[in-house]
Every structure is written in C-alpha cells, then in structure tokens.
Design a protein around this ligand. Structure first.
Ligand code: NI
Length: 131
C-alpha cells in the first residue's frame, strides 16, 4: 500500500542519511521501523500479573512549558511510577527516565497518554514481566 505522511524536513533528511548508510530504501526502512514499534508494544497483549521497567522520554521543554502535561500525568499515575530522573539536555530539550512497576493495564494506559503528548520527540520502553 502507498500512503503519505507529514514529518519535519530535518527528520526526513536524517532518516534518509541513515537508510543510505544501511543500504536500505525508504520503504524498507519505514517497514522495519513500524515492525520494531509493533514488537515493542507486544507486551500489552500478554497477561502478566505485573510489569516493571523503564520509560525514557525525550521532549522539548518549550512545548510543555506552562502546561507541564507530563508532570500532571506523573501525578495521576504515581501508583506505578516508582522513580523519576530528569535531565536538562540543553536549553530546549529534556530527557526523563521513569521507573515503572505495576499492573500491565495501568502501565499501558499511562504509556498511551504519554504517546499523545505534544513535544514528545522520542520514547523508549523496556519492561520485564513479573510473575
Ligand atoms: Ni529539563
């Protein structure tokens, strides 16, 4: 299938540089990125009693200023966020590492809300299942 997407020019250039270095054409690279994202999210379909792990976020401070939605979310989900580390990367970028532990449904709910935040640049999730 063919589809069109809008992305920032800088991101596309960087992506094209990487895919050229890896000798991948753009379509194949997008397929791989989509599969990686789907694989990363697979754990939500399994029924572990508890999960634990880390969520790493990179976001622009400017987008969040005044509203601080990430902070509000963290207060809403204080029951599963057991630790937080905030790093000011430079004048406009922040990196945040959240340690999570709790029911998978609750973690999924939180992560889906984080995904929808404006200003989110990157997100990495590593979770283990606890019996
Ligand atoms: Ni910061």
């Amino acid at each position: 299938m063919r589809f069109s997407v809008s992305i920032p020019e800088r991101l596309l250039k960087e992506f094209d540089r990487l895919t050229a270095r890896l000798s991948l054409d753009r379509s194949k690279a997008v397929r791989m990125a989509m599969r990686n994202m789907l694989a990363e999210y697979k754990w939500t379909e399994r029924m572990a009693e508890q999960v634990a792990g880390v969520l790493v976020l990179q976001y622009t401070f400017e987008e969040f200023r005044g509203k601080s939605p990430i902070l509000r979310l963290q207060h809403q989900y204080h029951d599963i966020i057991i630790s937080t580390m905030h790093i000011h990367l430079d004048e406009e970028n922040c990196l945040e590492v959240l340690a999570l532990r709790g029911k998978p449904e609750r973690a999924k709910e939180f992560i889906e809300k984080v995904y929808s935040l404006e200003g989110l640049k990157q997100m990495r999730l590593t979770l283990v299942e606890l019996k």
